[in-house]
Design a protein around this ligand. Structure first.
Ligand code: SF4
Ligand code: SF4
Length: 101
């Protein structure tokens, strides 16, 4: 049952172990900060945030549902991240503060 809801994932900082797809990552050197992906990430995942000047995906919250990919992202800068690393501590401030979901 661990990490089956978004709140549990935020609390435990764990992905849902049942998710089959790898999380996605935003290539910051290509992203134009349009925020379109942020509006299209389903609320039950709520994985994308504005973080300072960057737009980020917290991999532990990203199911790999692909709803943020083109045509949503106009520059196609969101990629599968099979070698994902745990999100840094400061990224985890975003789900608990600026909650857009
Ligand atoms: S793949 Fe789905 S869950 Fe992951 S960031 Fe994109 S829209 Fe959100
Ligand atoms: S939709 Fe693409 S370009 Fe726009 S903020 Fe998201 S990753 Fe960046």
């Amino acid at each position: 049952m661990a990490a089956s809801t978004r709140a549990e994932r935020i609390e435990s900082r764990e992905r849902n172990p049942k998710w089959r797809n790898v999380p996605l990552r935003i290539e910051m050197s290509e992203c134009i900060n349009c925020d379109a992906c942020l509006r299209h990430c389903p609320p039950q995942f709520g994985a994308i945030f504005n973080h300072s000047i960057d737009v980020i995906i917290i991999p532990e919250l990203c199911s790999g549902c692909d709803k943020c990919l083109p045509p949503v992202c106009p520059v196609d800068c969101i990629y599968p991240d099979p070698d994902w690393k745990p999100a840094p501590d400061d990224w985890w401030q975003e789900p608990t503060t600026a909650d857009v979901y």
